[in-house]
Ligand binder design. Structure first.
Ligand code: ZN
Ligand code: ZN
Length: 120
C-alpha cells in the first residue's frame, strides 16, 4: 500500500524544522516543502528542506531501492543511498547530489571524515 498525498504546501518556516529526508535544519524564514499524506488511515506530514526538494533526493533514493520499499524512504535509506552513490554512481551529477546530502546530514562516519580531509 502506498501513502496517499492529500496536499502539497510550500510554507515559510516560522520555527526550526528538521528535514525528514536528510536530518538537516530548516531555518525560520526559509521556504520548505510540507506534504500531508494518509497512510493506513492515519494523517501525517512529510517535511523536506529546499535542497532535498530541488535535488529530488526522495526520488533518487526511491529509484535506488528499486521501488520495492513500499513504506516510503527516510533518512536511514537516504544515508545508505548517499554512501553507495558517492562510491559507485555512474554520473558526476548524482555524486554531487549525494555529496550535498552528506554535508546537510553532517555525517561523521569514517568515509565522510576521510572525504572531508578531517581524518588526516
Ligand atoms: Zn533535506
Ligand atoms: Zn558518512
Amino acid at each position: 500500500m502506498m501513502p496517499q498525498l492529500i496536499s502539497e504546501l510550500n510554507p515559510t518556516a516560522r520555527k526550526i524544522h528538521r528535514c525528514m529526508m536528510c536530518g538537516g535544519g530548516i531555518r525560520p524564514g526559509e521556504r520548505y516543502s510540507r506534504d500531508t499524506l494518509v497512510y493506513d488511515g492515519r494523517i501525517y506530514s512529510w517535511v523536506e528542506c529546499p535542497a532535498c526538494q530541488s535535488d529530488h533526493v526522495c526520488n533518487e533514493v526511491h529509484a535506488w531501492t528499486g521501488g520495492w520499499y513500499d513504506e516510503g524512504v527516510g533518512i536511514e535509506e537516504a544515508s545508505e543511498w548517499a554512501h553507495d552513490t558517492i562510491r559507485f554512481a555512474k554520473t558526476e551529477d548524482l555524486r554531487e547530489i549525494a555529496r550535498r546530502w552528506l554535508l546537510r546530514n553532517s555525517c561523521t562516519c569514517e568515509l565522510c571524515l576521510l572525504a572531508n580531509g578531517a581524518g588526516s
